[in-house]
Design a protein around this ligand. Structure first.
Ligand SMILES: [Zn+2]
Length: 280
């Protein structure tokens, strides 16, 4: 293809940030920091390797996803526990916070609520930053591994992709079939997964996760949450996913209650202020 004469000039235009976050209400991290100093564990559940587990987190509580036994990535779905129509919105979270999220950033919910569902309050992989390949940890770009894309690219019927694991676990939780539960499953936060886009072709890549047993990602529940976490069949995602060849490990989910009288000054976020007139 022939370039126009002013191609270089057009390419040299400086980018601007689509959604500057200076006006985004910033979470008061000192409130969470104080609250997390004194926590009581009230629940724990293990997401087995190549499988998923459902968990509940009451508003105002914390939850942690921890690596145990070996390097492992997880695919996380979140819903408003009182209304499954309000669910985690990866696309808008990405638009606001970038491709990967860490301490101080929030997981936003779908329209029309569009409010923070959870705030990341601690990330033991926060040191990783962005590596020489453009890779980073905890992405909101990779959707979730699923048997449909696998069928498209490789053929065959693989049943332990994160999409199926999440569908089975949610189906069991709701007393419906995995097929019926599928429509509740949505794009995920890829916990511990190290990903990016190649510089030359812009393709989504993954590489062996830097997560090690003992590492964890901690969240504060801004609303009552129902969560579902799949321990991805890709293991640490150093090679491939959507098969039984990778070494896989479970992931631990723990729920914590802060001591009473902390969280002073914190309020559960209200739903979005747009009046839904849509110009009519
Ligand atoms: Zn997966």
């Amino acid at each position: 293809m022939i370039e126009p004469k002013d191609a270089a000039v057009r390419r040299a235009v400086k980018p601007v940030i689509c959604y500057p976050v200076e006006t985004l209400p910033a979470p008061n991290m000192s409130i969470y920091e104080e609250a997390r100093q004194n926590l009581t564990k009230i629940d724990e559940v293990l997401a087995p390797a190549r499988d998923a587990a459902v968990f509940k987190v009451p508003v105002g509580h914390f939850f942690r996803i921890s690596s145990v036994e070996g390097s492992q990535v997880g695919d996380l779905n979140l819903w408003n526990a009182n209304d499954l129509n309000e669910k985690f919105y990866t696309g808008k979270t990405r638009a606001l916070h970038g491709t990967h999220i860490t301490t101080g950033q929030q997981l936003w919910s779908s329209f029309p609520q569009l409010r923070p569902m959870a705030t990341i309050t601690h990330d033991t992989l926060g040191w990783y930053g962005i590596d020489e390949y453009g890779g980073s940890v905890h992405d909101v770009i990779g959707t979730r591994c699923d048997p449909y894309t696998h069928n498209l690219l490789a053929g065959g019927q693989y049943h332990h992709c994160c999409h199926s694991n999440l569908s089975r676990a949610m189906g069991e939780n709701l007393g419906i079939t995995a097929q019926e539960a599928e429509s509740h499953v949505h794009d995920v936060l890829n916990v511990f997964m190290c990903t990016g886009f190649t510089r030359d072709t812009g393709q989504y890549f993954m590489k062996g996760s830097p997560v090690r047993p003992g590492d964890y990602l901690e969240f504060f529940a801004e609303i009552d949450l129902l969560g579902c976490l799949s321990a991805c069949p890709g293991g640490d995602c150093s090679d491939e996913h959507s098969s039984d060849s990778a070494q896989c490990h479970p992931l631990l989910i723990e729920v914590f209650k802060p001591v009473d009288r902390t969280l002073e000054g914190w309020k559960s976020p209200a739903v979005n202020g747009y009046n839904r007139g849509h110009g009519l």
